[in-house]
Design a protein around this ligand. Structure first.
Ligand SMILES: NC(=O)C1=CN([C@@H]2O[C@H](COP(=O)(O)OP(=O)(O)OC[C@H]3O[C@@H](n4cnc5c(N)ncnc54)[C@H](O)[C@@H]3O)[C@@H](O)[C@H]2O)[C@@H](O)CC1
Ligand SMILES: [K+]
Length: 502
């Protein structure tokens, strides 16, 4: 799914109005009905609904929802912020319709003294500002937001928590943004919802479709995408009857060192479970019996050194290479990594210590084979690319890095983002906090390597690999809880994840 800026969404709204065609007021009614249905499913008529409505269409939505709920016997109250200007367009029509219906207590408030009395069980609905917000909230609306945030009541934001910008919030006044428990957003997730620091404002968010025009969506360009199951299905290699193990490639994994052989075992298993035809794991001497015993399906290439990676094997048999988990940063290892990068001329996967070595030898970034995949977590990313003030700035730096070095940068987090050299950025939504556990990244490296070796193009290997990893983690958490989840469980559930993508 494409993701758009709030400005672009307003354009798609207008396109829908013109080309469906549908009147502005009917589109608002349709959008409001989606939220009304959600509210009916989540709250009983025992709970009073207190609406805060602003001067624009977001306020108009609130007025329409209040009327729809009142028609279903919910007790509703509406506070309209009075900016001493007449309401216009659909919000004005909806105000009139509410007055005519006569079922909802209406008040216009000019300052914070007009803030309504709220009982413990009441639900607050935030319809102050949506995608039309043009600057941070200040003055009287900000004071209303402070009052709302100080209350313990459940708060549901309509479309966007009021005060939050859809993309960049680096200049925003964070105290003046509504902190919702739920955000019900129309048609598309807003880009700012995908940043960790904004969870405080959005709470749990959910997308409600409002039937915006497919033609308007198709013609609006975007560099931002939200990865869905249907997209990933197309990226998974199919196995035909006459395929043999050579069909599915031969991967080389360079991972593990003395005390960190688990990284090699975890990544090897994940790679094999991703469908690779053949895997060779390159390990230091002391890792030989460990890997042979723990992963009998893998072949082993043995380093001359007892405990670390110091030299590369003949690379001719391999069509993909993954390097980094648990290799450490000893001088000999840096040298060997440097040789590997210079000698292997197809895309490779670099993770963990390989990234740390790159950040200490940035000139190596220019030597990477085109379309290589880097999988940093935020700490590794910062070492590679420098500090950033917030997630918006960080994804810009991520995209810049992908463009400049012609690599794919997978920035791991709750919504892992995958930046491609052409400037596109894909957000992933699978995965859960249980996966923040030792070795989870090793299994991701193995999965991406496995797909790459099967000749899945590097873009798809990264996007599908991240999706599968998260999906397997979600299946594992469903079976054994987020708390008990360990990295091996992710690999164990990969099979079920593949089945879900059939
Ligand atoms: N356009 C459409 O067809 C649809 C719009 N929808 C709703 O409309 C919303 C967008 O509506 P609008 O574009 O009217 O915008 P908003 O309702 O978000 O607010 C716009 C109004 O607020 C003022 N404003 C902006 N920033 C301000 C600030 N910091 N302090 C004080 N006033 C400020 C603007 O001058 C304008 O009067 C969406 O979020 C969604 O809720 C939905 O009804 C679906 C259909
Ligand atoms: K809102």
């Amino acid at each position: 799914m494409k993701l758009f800026s709030t400005k672009q969404i307003a354009g798609i709204d207008s396109f829908t109005i013109e080309h469906e065609p549908v009147s502005d007021i009917d589109l608002m009614e349709r959008a409001a009905l989606q939220i009304t249905n959600w509210l009916v499913q989540h709250f009983s008529t025992e709970q009073k609904m207190v609406f805060f409505a602003g001067p624009g269409n977001n306020g108009g939505d609130a007025l329409a929802i209040a009327r729809q709920l009142a028609g279903l016997d919910y007790q509703c109250e509406v506070c309209l912020l009075d900016f001493r200007k007449e309401l216009k367009g659909s919000p004005a029509t909806n105000w009139k319709r509410l007055q005519e219906q006569g079922k909802v207590a209406l008040s216009k408030i000019k300052d914070v003294d007009g803030f309504p009395k709220v009982a413990a069980n009441d639900v607050l609905l935030d319809g102050l500002f949506g995608s039309g917000l043009s600057r941070p909230l200040e003055g009287f609306p900000a004071e209303i937001v402070h009052k709302m945030n100080a209350l313990p009541n459940t708060t549901v934001a309509i479309d966007i928590p009021s005060g939050l910008m859809g993309e960049n919030n680096s200049e925003n006044i964070l105290e003046n943004i509504v902190r919702a428990d739920f955000t019900l957003t129309f048609q598309f997730p807003k880009i700012s919802f995908l940043f960790a620091e904004n969870e405080l404002f959005t709470g749990n968010w959910q997308v409600l479709p409002i039937g915006l025009h497919p033609g308007g969506i198709a013609k609006t360009p975007s560099d931002f995408f939200f990865v869905e199951k249907e997209d990933v299905k197309e990226m998974i290699p199919r196995r035909t009857k006459f395929s043999h193990k050579g069909t599915f490639g031969h991967a080389l994994l360079v991972a593990g060192s003395y005390g960190k052989m688990g990284a090699s075992v975890l990544a090897s298993k994940a790679c094999l479970r991703s469908g690779v035809g053949l895997l060779t794991s390159h390990v230091p001497r002391l890792g030989y019996s460990i890997i042979q015993t723990a992963v009998p399906e893998a072949m082993v290439s043995i380093d001359e050194h007892d405990s670390i990676f110091t030299g590369i094997p003949d690379l001719t048999p391999f069509n993909a290479v993954g390097v980094g988990p648990g290799i450490g940063r000893k001088k000999n290892t840096c040298k060997a990594l440097c040789d590997l990068i210079k000698q292997f001329r197809s895309p490779m996967v670099l993770d963990a210590d390989a990234l740390n070595i790159l950040s200490e030898n940035k000139e190596l970034l220019r030597e990477l084979p085109e379309n290589s995949i880097l999988t940093p977590h935020p700490g590794e990313f910062e070492r590679l690319a420098g500090e950033t003030a917030d997630s918006w700035e960080r994804i810009q730096v991520q995209r810049q890095m992908a463009k400049e070095f012609r690599v794919i940068v997978v920035l791991k987090g709750a919504f892992t983002s995958v930046a491609l050299p052409d400037g596109r950025l894909f957000f992933n939504a699978t995965g859960n906090p249980g996966m923040a556990t030792a070795g989870s990244g090793d299994s991701l490296t193995g999965i991406i390597l496995g797909l790459l070796a099967q000749r899945v193009c590097p873009e798809y290997a990264a996007i599908a690999g991240v999706f599968l990893h998260g999906l397997a983690g979600d299946i594992a958490a469903g079976r054994i809880s987020e708390n008990a989840l360990i990295a091996g469980d992710i690999t164990n559930c990969l099979g079920k994840a593949f089945l879900e993508l059939k």
